[in-house]
Design a binder for this molecule. Structure first.
Ligand SMILES: Cc1cc2nc3c(=O)[nH]c(=O)nc-3n(C[C@H](O)[C@H](O)[C@H](O)COP(=O)(O)OP(=O)(O)OC[C@H]3O[C@@H](n4cnc5c(N)ncnc54)[C@H](O)[C@@H]3O)c2cc1C
Length: 814
């Protein structure tokens, strides 16, 4: 038995594919004194029994990038380590049985191609040539990725472990980490147990790669890692005579995947309602365990599979496999440093794609640990998106019963989760519901996404084309442009930063100038040292020593973490006050007359200019009215103490009919902001996007003194922009853009649409996307001709660097 050392630079907990990959990549970066501790044996958790599919088609560009990295790495790993990984680039086919699925896989193919993944759209006959036994009678279309593959998952992990050892990492089995130690909000090491022996390793960095054990281990240190195990099934047939070598096959419309291996067929399932597992904890002895088979649960999948691949009808079943795997509330894994404890890193919660994900995830996490910042935008999988309430096991159990099946469900735009809803609600939730609100969920918040008409079905009918709420959105959008709309934005994150040093602290973190008079609202970004955008927010100076930061609800935990991590010796208190106030946004040319009707205060430009906040009387209550807008119209955001929110809403709703007031949902907020070219954090602006290239230089004040990212701004000004965020409008009013459509410049694929929606005022789909522009002027960029590729078809587009709607911002200041 190897006794663990007393000191390490990094301790990695868990010897599944995730931990082995993190160890491999840290060691490759030259890190020495790395220790990986595995409670039993390497791969004995979930890794050993994975099906081993390595597919590169993912929903976003950076997830595709990471999956492609894994595939490329696994091809090379055997030669590097001498461990036979079973990696075989047999290719993969995904077939569509519906027109909707065809659109989805064709969109994914366009996206993958934009990132150099080898992919072809193929027809049913081509499928039959590659997969001769398949029933293609109802196959509409397919995509083929010749470089996708399959592998032996346990040996991939073993090869990564060997590669890590070859570069100096220590990997010790049969040592359980019993606690991660912390002091002053920082990791100090781990306690371990090995039979009767116990000890401590001092370390500044710990990486929780504990798979389905990871949640409870994290919770011991106050870290939120919301995941929950589910049972996951496949069967393997007896050997089938004359079975040729076949590519991996996915039939998502039948929740099934197929893998040929050594003359047998493996059939795996992503059934719509999964079985959560481990509610009473996981046995201490768990090691290469299997769960009991459940044929009744698997049977519906098998029935469809026999129709799809008739040879299964006569093949005997050799193995019925059921194993646990961890799933997360949004079907994405967790990577990064936990906001609660500095030095506590996480790579876990892989939602049944941990083998294909771990190569890339290990690479990205090691870079992140090494450099202190991620190699590119990883917000899709960032641990800081987890909400504290999501630790709740009841919530997790409900939600993961849905997320397993979502892997193969249609990934329609705007698709909402159906389970574990209603946890966070605005005080006016019931009011909105009574008036037709159809809710969507964001970070647990229920938000009115659109308002149904009297008698209209209050549910989504999803599609890649116009969905059933398209006309509702059009009417809401028109109301905002021509009369007045009311949005409930209570889900905004609200952070109070106060104390003697609040001003110098915020001056150091924000790129705009915070030294303004009390009452002033400043739009700003917080930048990283590369000039990338960490946070997009408004800051309202409430008094000499108190500021209110308004951030997107989804990024609140991330923003709190960023603020707290950067707090040095300054005398500053940072408090999350999100639940204290509701936000009712009154937006549109009639906003002034409406407010004037319910308040004795003066809303003229002189009394309340743009960019100012002040207390007003409204109805019989009070609000703080902030004159800002995210939809590009005259308007006020009313911050109302939660106890008075319903009263203020009722007052506005009652007075509204005289002013053309319409309740509006989040879809309309988005369609209005995209016409105006306002950026959306997480899509158009991320930590990898330079603030000047994002077109936000107007909010950066280098003259105010030093701040994080200032040098990068000055350097970029000197060197010139290497790309620019451009607004596109399709010339054809029919096609829709959501995000991830491909931008084509003068016939060449150059990038993707970062966010899109329908411009109901401008009359067609609008999107934003970066265009490479090194050495070019703005005029050069606009001189090109642009098309947007949507599911393989190209559509002509107008490009603009100024907002297509109200470029002079006259409406905002009317
Ligand atoms: C049936 C099935 C089929 C699958 N097919 C595929 C596929 O085709 N392609 C794909 O990409 N993915 C697939 N997966 C998913 C994949 O297997 C997992 O995502 C992946 O193995 C997760 O790896 P991990 O390292 O996070 O977890 P694990 O492999 O579970 O590793 C976690 C390790 O941490 C150890 N540990 C936990 N707590 C401690 C502690 N306190 N101290 C020390 N050690 C600790 C555990 O013993 C365990 O070994 C499949 C999963 C299942 C169940």
């Amino acid at each position: 038995m190897t006794t663990p050392p007393t000191h390490a630079r990094a301790v990695i907990i868990g010897g599944g594919v995730s931990g082995c990959s993190v160890a491999y990549h840290l060691a490759k970066l030259g890190w020495r004194d790395i220790v990986l501790l595995e409670r039993k044996q390497l791969t004995c958790g979930t890794t050993w029994h994975a099906a081993g599919l390595i597919g590169q088609l993912r929903a976003s560009i950076n997830m595709t990038r990471l999956a492609k990295y894994s595939a490329d790495l696994y091809v090379k790993l055997e030669a590097e380590t001498g461990v036979a990984t079973g990696m075989r680039q047999c290719g993969s086919i995904t077939v569509a049985l519906t027109e909707e699925r065809k659109e989805e896989i064709y969109r994914q193919a366009s996206l993958a191609r934009a990132f150099d993944v080898d992919v072809q759209e193929i027809g049913p006959d081509d499928v039959l040539k590659m997969y001769p036994h398949l029933n293609i009678s109802d196959v509409k279309a397919a995509v083929h990725l010749p470089l996708d593959g399959q592998c032996d998952p346990a040996n991939i992990a073993m090869a990564l472990a060997k590669g890590a050892r070859q570069n100096g990492a220590k990997i010790i089995e049969r040592v359980k980490v019993t606690a991660v130690n912390t002091a002053g909000g920082k990791v100090t090491g781990v306690n371990w147990e090995q039979g009767e022996e116990a000890g401590t390793i001092e370390a500044d960095i710990v990486v929780n790669c504990g798979g389905m054990w990871g949640r409870d281990l994290a919770a011991q240190s106050g870290v939120t890692l919301p995941l929950h195990a589910c049972e996951h099934f496949y069967i393997v047939t007896e050997a089938i005579e004359n079975l040729p070598r076949l590519p991996v096959l996915r039939v998502p419309d039948e929740c099934a995947y197929y893998k040929e291996d050594a003359g047998k067929m493996l059939l795996g399932a992503f059934e719509p309602v999964a079985k959560p597992w481990g509610m009473n904890g996981i046995s201490e002895d768990f090691c290469f365990d299997q769960l009991p088979e459940d044929f009744d649960h698997f049977e519906p999948i098998l029935e469809q599979a026999v129709n799809r691949l008739p040879l299964l009808a006569t093949a005997g079943i050799h193995t019925f496999f059921n194993g646990p795997e961890s799933f997360t509330p949004d079907d994405s894994y967790y990577l990064g440093e936990a906001p609660e404890v500095s030095g506590y890193w996480v790579a876990a919660g892989y939602n049944s794609i941990g083998i294909v994900s771990s190569g890339g995830a290990g690479f990205a996490l090691a870079q992140w640990i090494n450099d202190g910042e991620p190699p590119f935008d990883l917000w899709d999988v960032d641990i800081r998106r987890a909400q504290p309430f999501q630790k709740n096991r009841h919530y997790l159990r409900e939600r993961v019963s849905e997320t397993l099946g979502l892997l193969y469900a249609d990934h329609f735009p705007y698709r909402q989760k159906a389970t574990a809803r209603g946890v966070r609600r605005s005080p006016i939730h019931e009011h909105l519901k009574a008036r037709g609100a159809v809710f969507g969920e964001m970070a647990g918040w229920e938000r009115a996404n659109w308002f149904a008409d009297e008698g209209q079905e209050r549910d989504y009918r999803y599609s890649w084309k116009r969905q059933n709420w398209f006309e509702n959105q059009a009417r809401e959008h028109t109301a905002v442009r021509e009369a007045v709309g009311l949005f409930d934005m209570t889900s905004f994150g609200k952070i109070r930063v106060e104390g003697r040093d609040a001003l110098p602290f915020l001056q150091r973190l924000c790129a705009n100038d915070m030294d303004v008079a009390p009452g002033r609202i400043v739009y700003t970004q917080m930048l990283n040292a590369r000039g990338g955008i960490e946070c997009d927010l408004t800051v309202t100076r409430l008094s000499d020593t108190a500021f209110l930061l308004i951030v997107p609800g989804f990024t609140l935990q991330r923003d709190l973490a960023w603020l707290r991590r950067h707090l040095g010796d300054e005398f500053v208190v940072i408090t999350d006050v999100t639940a204290a106030e509701s936000v009712l946004c009154v937006m549109g040319p009639n906003a002034r007359s409406l407010l004037q009707a319910v308040s004795p205060d003066d809303f003229s430009n002189e009394a309340h200019p743009f960019g100012m906040a002040r207390e007003i009387e409204i109805g019989m209550g009070l609000a703080r009215a902030h004159r800002v807008t995210y939809v590009g119209e005259l308007g006020w955001e009313l911050y109302v103490s939660s106890d008075q929110a319903a009263h203020v809403f009722e007052t506005l709703a009652e007075a509204g009919s005289d002013h053309g007031l319409k309740l509006c949902g989040l879809h309309t907020l988005d369609s209005c902001r995209i016409e105006k070219g306002f950026r959306h954090f997480g899509h158009d602006i991320t930590d990898e996007d330079h603030v000047l290239e994002a077109g936000l230089g107007f909010a950066v004040k280098t003259g105010k003194g030093d701040f994080i990212g200032r040098d990068a701004v000055l350097a970029k000004r000197e060197a010139g922009l290497s790309r620019r965020l451009v607004q596109f409008q399709l010339k054809n009013p029919e096609p829709l853009m959501f995000h991830n459509e491909v931008v084509v410049r003068d016939g060449q694929i150059v990038s993707i649409i970062t966010s899109g929606n329908y411009g109901h005022h401008l009359g067609s789909a609008i999107g934003l996307g970066y265009v490479p522009s090194a050495g070019e002027s703005a005029a050069d960029v606009l001189a090109s001709s642009y098309e947007i590729e949507i599911a393989g078809e190209r559509h002509a587009a107008i490009a603009s660097l100024k907002p297509l709607y109200d470029p002079g911002a006259l409406r905002v200041r009317m």
